[in-house]
Design a protein around this ligand. Structure first.
Ligand code: AGP
Length: 610
């Protein structure tokens, strides 16, 4: 997830672009750049780091000109560096891009064969090179853009400048947000409203498959085939702070709603539904090493640890490798047994969690092959993973309570399970195709699960007065119960415990009373009947039952005080679908209680100390 902004008008572009980028910095902040057009020449300034680093580099002598584009980057392809920072130039063409180009390597190969020289490791540069090549072949700028849009596959929100068309800014969109702002004698593009809200409230939201052509005197739209598109502006009645959160009250809520998109970005370009293959470019394990693995050890903290618990089931059942999960803070001090046939999988959103990094070093010192699952590119953890990194591509997570990081980590573990299963021959092609099909259906199911929000808001109002909650589940869903309880604890400050249902009678059953809501998770898996027995046990002791289920069952309706339905996927992916209403329940309860949802007391986003 990156941020782009663009301007065409009569004011100095630099100040407008920098101001816009600062308001988009929440979308990514590992490198920044701007390009400004001056008398038919495009001047580019780029810096690794935040926008203030770019400003320091420019040192009060900003590029002059009244047409320009800017970009704040959250790296996906290519590490954060000045050469990988946008804008990217190819000949007379300059591009900024948010999104992922899935077929960039095949296009790059063809362009290199045609004599083009690349200067970055990014997928974005192929857009600039491809458009410029089409112009070399005689096309006009707009025809070159249209041709490129039809060739590239994946997601893109893109701004393009041409030295041979100096008064025009072009923008294209497919599966990434892009808004056009209409001013008086000036026009704007941005990834998100807050970047341009200080200049205009007249906005046009671009749809997939559309191109915008911006000049000082107006904006026209067409589709990728060149057909004109008529668009109606909307007057945005938002203040800048609301706008930065996409109109949501909190970053956490925004991030909860981003999850179908985030999960799609996690598997985008990594699966082939036709062949049942999974491609994990970041992994450096040889086929011989994959076959050598006798045991997988997953280490992580907090929410990432819960994702690891789901991962254990996935890796054991799909790839048939014995798998253990350990808290990094425990692992590092317990003289663990690790050998050269151990694959250590470290999971961390930030990649900066001190315990996870220390435990990873400990595992590596004892000879394990180390890979990591991270959200932040080039984080400390990513850099100490000798056999590679699988990035989750969730985009920056601002809310301290982890949401989209969790569901994208499970998605990544699912991809890893399929990848290992293919190479170790534990799943045949048809089975892998089925699992990939299930994954492709997941985002739609997540959208459906988010529709429970209104009901959960009502439930939150009814149950926020209770001081203690118990979460019960069995099997793979136990990890989701742990995660649901953690969410409630950390943002609402209500005590919550999670237990595997089978353990209830060994202690927690003593807690059951009419004063304690019991959250139950059901997904129609092999332990469904056992969970129904647990529900009976709660009911017969006057406990309250709040059931989150993927199965329609009149017996459950009879027993429960509340039932929240979600769509059912295979048992691994249903964990993700079930997670969303638990996040929403915790969120709405915290919101009613008026806690600081995005920055709960005593917590930090990255725990970089022991
Ligand atoms: C969860 O909501 C918390 N923010 C916390 O448990 C977090 O998952 C943990 O600190 C690990 O962070 P990491 O994924 O960045 O390593």
């Amino acid at each position: 997830m990156c941020g782009i902004v663009g301007y065409v008008g009569s004011s100095p572009a630099y100040a407008i672009l920098i101001d816009g980028l600062k308001r988009l910095e929440y979308r990514g902040y590992d490198s920044t750049g701007i390009a400004v057009m001056d008398s038919g020449r495009i001047e580019i300034a780029r810096a690794k780091g935040k926008i203030r680093d770019l400003e320091a580099m420019v040192k009060g002598v900003p590029p002059a000109g009244t047409v320009g584009v800017g970009h704040t980057r959250w790296a996906t392809h290519g590490r954060p560096s000045e050469t990988n920072a946008h804008p990217h130039r190819a000949g007379r063409t300059v591009v900024v891009h948010n999104g992922i180009i899935e077929n960039y390597s095949s296009i790059k190969k063809t362009l290199i064969e045609a004599g083009r020289t690349f200067t970055s490791e990014t997928d974005t540069e192929v857009i600039a090179q491809l458009i410029d090549k089409h112009m070399d072949d005689g096309m006009t700028p707009i025809d070159a853009i249209r041709a490129a849009c039809r060739e590239i596959k994946g997601s893109f929100a893109t701004g393009v400048l041409f030295e041979n068309d100096p008064a025009t800014l072009y923008a294209m969109r497919n599966e990434c947000p892009l808004v056009v702002g209409l001013g008086q004698g000036e026009n704007f593009i941005a990834s998100d409203i807050p970047a341009i809200l200080n200049h205009t409230r007249q906005m046009i939201f671009m749809n997939d498959g559309e191109i915008a052509i911006l000049r000082t005197d107006g904006v026209t739209f067409m589709d990728f085939d060149g057909n004109p598109v008529k668009k109606t502006p909307r007057l945005m009645d938002l203040n800048p702070v609301m706008a930065e959160k996409g109109g949501y009250k909190h970053f956490m809520l925004k991030e909860i709603y981003e999850q179908p998109r985030a999960v799609t970005d996690t598997f985008r370009g990594r699966i082939s539904p036709e062949t049942g293959e999974v491609f994990l470019d970041g992994l450096l394990l040889s086929d011989e090493e994959v076959r050598r693995i006798k045991r997988v050890l997953i280490i992580a903290c907090g929410t990432s640890y819960h994702a690891g618990l789901v991962g254990r089931r996935i890796l054991e059942e799909l790839a048939r490798i014995p798998t253990e999960v350990d808290l990094a803070s425990e692992f590092r001090y317990r003289n663990p047994i690790v050998g050269e046939d151990t694959l250590l999988v470290s999971i961390s959103q930030s990649g900066e969690t001190a315990d996870t990094i220390a435990a990873t070093h400990e595992g590596a010192r004892r000879g394990a092959m180390v890979i990591s699952i991270c959200n932040v590119i080039e984080s400390s953890l990513a850099r100490c993973s000798d056999r590679g990194v699988i990035y989750t591509h969730a985009g920056p997570e601002i809310g301290v309570a982890s949401t989209k990081a969790f569901t994208t980590q499970i998605t990544t573990l699912y991809l890893l399970g399929l990848y290992l299963a293919e190479r170790r021959g534990t799943l045949d092609v048809e089975a892998r195709k089925q699992f990939i099909g299930d994954l492709m259906r997941l985002p739609g199911m997540m959208e459906k699960a988010l529709e429970t929000s209104k009901k959960l808001e009502r439930m939150a109002r009814a149950y926020e007065k209770y001081t203690s909650f118990l979460y019960l589940a069995r099997g793979i869903n136990t990890a989701i119960a742990y995660e649901g309880a953690l969410k409630l604890k950390e943002i609402s400050y209500i005590h919550a415990e999670a237990y595997p249902g089978g353990e209830m009678k060994h202690g927690p059953i003593a807690l059951i009373s009419e004063e304690m809501p019991v959250v139950v998770l059901l997904s129609g898996d092999r332990v469904y009947e056992k969970m129904l027995s647990n529900m009976e046990e709660v009911r017969s002791r006057d406990g309250m039952l709040l059931v989150f289920t993927a199965v329609e069952d009149p017996m459950v309706e009879d027993m429960a005080d509340e039932v929240v339905y979600v769509p059912m996927n295979n048992e691994y992916l249903t964990t993700i679908v079930l997670t969303l209403p638990l996040q929403l329940l915790a969120y709405h309860i915290a919101d009613f209680k008026g806690t600081d949802v995005d920055q709960p007391r005593n917590l930090a986003k990255s725990v970089t100390v022991e």
